[in-house]
Design a binder for this molecule. Structure first.
Ligand code: PMP
Length: 310
């Protein structure tokens, strides 16, 4: 029985009510479809609870702010709606996709006059949505496209429009026999993969690119927290591609991916080593803690200048 994403049983929370899964539709003349103005989240349910729910809802609101619009729901209301729809679908484990978008009242580049919508769709997910761990680690290639500079796009937003280059690179990587692609930023520094952040281990330290106009991952923050709790040194700094030669272990991390060891980046080879293994075990425990729905280490996301002033 193969069901498409549109043809499933269950409930989706749409603009304040639970609607049957197959009825959660929108019109083709919707601003977000044409101009990429949707913002979204990816969340995971473990034992009936959404890991770092508060942080994800806050980042969703912040992503919309970075695109100059406000969601008509508070963070607490979004948290509550998420819990309600997870419960309605009787999900003990799975994935949740909240998405906010600008509607179909007018059609044109300007979104002035459109209403803002929010839908939250949870489903049982077999395996991982973005990249699956493999014995010996996954195979990664370097992407052609780069993450945009802050002058070019609001790269800190989890915005649909920003995923165009991720989707292209992911497909190119898969078609070439790789599992994912690693993107540089506009200055040629390592940034992130098409759907996860990246960590390197060097001399027993964890090193990860400092977030500059790419997605400030909630899993990334959890990894940094877990590593520091173990007394490990974590460096958030500019990481150049030539440093890929110096890393012992490399892993990707994200809500959907969790922690995925990398075995190769093009011609570079890595061990699936002890630091990644320790963090994978710590993460499996962390996501199942009863208080996992809070902010954890993710209390704050970079605000757009307009929100700072408000
Ligand atoms: N970067 C990109 C491009 C992503 O899509 C994701 C997944 N949301 C991440 C990083 C990791 O973010 P998080 O840990 O919050 O899921």
């Amino acid at each position: 029985m193969s069901l498409t994403m549109a043809d499933r049983d269950g409930w989706i929370w749409c603009d304040g009510e639970l609607v049957p899964w197959r009825s959660a539709n929108m019109h083709v003349l919707t601003h977000a479809l044409h101009y990429g103005s949707a913002v979204f989240e990816g969340e995971r349910v473990y034992e009936g609870r959404v890991f770092r729910l508060a942080a994800h809802s806050a980042r969703l609101i912040n992503s919309a702010r970075l695109l100059d619009y406000d969601l008509p729901w508070t963070r607490e209301q979004i948290d509550e709606a998420t819990r309600a729809v997870v419960k309605a679908n009787a999900l003990a484990s799975g994935y949740v996709r909240p998405i906010a978008w600008r509607g179909s009242e007018v059609m044109g580049v300007s979104a002035i006059g459109t209403t803002v919508h929010l839908a939250i769709a949870p489903w049982a997910q077999e395996g991982r949505l973005s990249v699956q761990p493999k014995p010996g680690g996954i195979k990664v290639t370097m992407a052609g496209y780069r993450r945009p500079s802050p002058e070019v796009a609001p790269g800190g937003a989890k915005a649909a429009g920003l995923y165009i280059i991720c989707g292209i690179e992911k497909d190119r990587a898969l078609n070439a026999g790789f599992d994912d692609a690693l993107m540089l930023d506009w200055q040629g520094r390592l940034a992130e993969s098409t759907g996860a952040n990246v960590f390197l281990t060097m001399g027993g330290r964890l090193v990860t690119p400092k977030v500059e106009n790419f997605l400030d991952g909630i899993t990334r923050r959890a990894v940094i927290g877990m590593a520091r709790k173990r007394g490990w040194t974590v460096e958030e700094r500019a990481v150049m591609p030539c440093e890929l030669d110096d890393a012992a272990e490399i892993f990707l991390c994200g809500t959907a991916a969790e922690i995925v060891p990398v075995g190769a980046i093009d011609t570079h080879r890595y061990q699936v080593g002890p630091m990644s293994g320790t963090l994978m075990a710590d993460y499996a425990e962390l996501v199942r803690q009863p208080d996992c729905e809070g902010f954890g280490e993710s209390g704050h996301f970079a605000q757009p200048a307009s929100a700072k002033a408000a």
